[in-house]
Design a protein around this ligand. Structure first.
Ligand SMILES: *Cc1c(COP(=O)(O)O)cnc(C)c1O
Length: 432
């Protein structure tokens, strides 16, 4: 047995499914996970010595690639002075200042340790601020694993949310209403049915967690208008899009103002950092300035913030990174579209900027239901072929490929050559 098999056997004995993140178990692609030894730029090296071009990049956190020297240096300098204090540091002040500078419509931020924590806290704040309890989310959008977001649409006319996991109380789920992504009429209906009860609408401004599904023209602006008409807050969950699709995220790209924004992934530069942000009037409701309680032992941890601050500083000083990573996204999209057509594979590409999904679906894919119609078996075949050829994509159809400034056009061409072979081998299945 290679190191990989041995490690996975050991892991399964002591961790559920052998992992700490379900998708890392490779179940959806019928494989066993790679155990990574190191990353450098766009490349990852596993414990059996194979090297891959990485299109996961720590679920998108590493927009500058693995082991960026400036981030590593800042972390190394910071750890000389200790790892954690339970008291404020200069770093978190600088981090909050830079975030407020980069992100539109935001006066204050609260830093936490993960995306889930940011969402959970933002939802509490939205409820506290508005004095209302119900939330609207969208089918297919994922906002981490807090109870109120692990909810699926119920059936029936006045459908209320149903738990999407055992352990989520029905009482919690019923306060989350689920609408179809890119469908404003459903949101309008929910507001009418629950007049005066809805605290917030939470949305991925570009959906990434059903695979990449961009918002249709007018969708985000329509949500803004509906929230204004009904006195509800609009929350952009920018944990995947924040600091990635533009320095100011989706608000900057689409010109739509959100009342609250949640962050994770890129904001931590590879370390566990999350944050939520809003205008001062809202944020001053958070303890200790206001009555809405939220706290965390490691919130603002100096080592984590060192990595995040180094990454955000580089992004702030080098806006050309956004031009480059966006162009890489376009190159990969064009290549995949061309190859799918060449080999007559029913597939479509969902892309926004440097986030991309090859859906094994005739298209269009504009919502969660359509995304779920994709062939996960075709994706598994694609994934395993690509991995064998040296390109590491996310082990699920319903994730994005994430590009970084460390990827080169030549690497993408190599990946597309591999895809040419892999899709050619898949083509006979579709010809039958
Ligand atoms: C990753 C992600 C989350 C969850 O963040 P964690 O840090 O994994 O808890 C929530 N929302 C969106 C949009 C995400 O992409």
């Amino acid at each position: 047995m290679g190191n990989t098999e041995t490690l996975f056997e050991r892991a399964k004995k002591v961790m559920p499914g052998g992992v700490n993140h379900p998708e890392c178990a490779f179940g959806a692609v019928h494989g066993i996970p790679r155990f990574i030894e190191k990353g450098e730029g766009s490349q990852i090296y596993d414990v059996d010595g194979s090297v891959c071009t990485d299109y996961v990049c720590s679920w998108g956190s590493l927009i500058l690639g693995h082991n960026h020297p400036d981030i590593r240096r800042m972390v190394a300098e910071t750890i000389q002075d200790g790892l954690s204090f339970g008291a404020p540091t200069r770093l978190e002040v600088a981090m909050a200042e830079l975030m407020v500078h980069m992100v539109p419509n935001v006066d204050k931020v609260r830093i936490v340790n993960s995306g889930t924590e940011a969402v959970m806290s933002a939802l509490r704040l939205a409820r506290g601020f508005t004095g209302r309890e119900k939330l609207i989310k969208f089918d297919g959008c994922s906002h981490g694993h807090c109870d109120s977001m692990l909810v699926k649409a119920g059936s029936g006319v006045l459908a209320t949310g149903q738990p999407d996991s055992p352990g989520v109380p029905a009482g919690t789920a019923k306060d989350t209403l689920v609408a179809t992504y890119n469908d404003l009429t459903e949101v309008e209906r929910l507001f009418a049915e629950h007049n005066g009860e809805i605290a917030a609408v939470i949305v991925e401004p570009v959906a990434v967690n059903m695979g990449v599904v961009p918002p249709e023209p007018g969708f985000l602006a329509g949500l803004r208008a509906l929230c204004d008409q009904n006195g509800a807050l609009l929350i952009f969950d920018e944990i995947s899009t924040g600091f990635r699709i533009a320095p100011g995220g989706a608000q900057e790209v689409f010109g739509v103002r959100a009342d609250m924004v949640t962050f994770g992934k890129v904001i931590g530069g590879g370390m566990p950092v999350g944050a939520y942000a809003a205008r001062g009037e809202i944020m001053d409701d958070v303890a200790p300035a206001g009555p809405v309680y939220q706290a965390g032992t490691f919130s603002g941890n100096p080592v984590a913030i060192a990595a995040g601050l180094a990454q955000l500083t580089l992004l702030h000083e080098h806006p050309e990174i956004y031009v480059y990573t966006g162009a890489l996204g376009k190159q990969l999209e064009r290549g995949f579209r061309f190859l799918a057509q060449k080999h007559r594979i029913p597939a479509t590409v969902g892309r926004f900027h440097s986030l991309l999904t090859l859906f094994f679906h005739n298209g269009p894919v504009t919502c969660g239901k359509q995304a779920r119609e994709s062939s996960t078996e075709a994706y598994a075949a694609f994934f395993n072929g690509m991995l064998a050829g040296g390109s590491y994509f996310a082990p699920s159809q319903f994730e994005a490929a994430f590009l970084s400034s460390a990827h080169t056009q030549a690497e993408l061409e190599q990946t597309l050559l591999t895809a040419d072979t892999v899709l050619a081998e898949m083509a006979p299945v579709y010809a039958e």
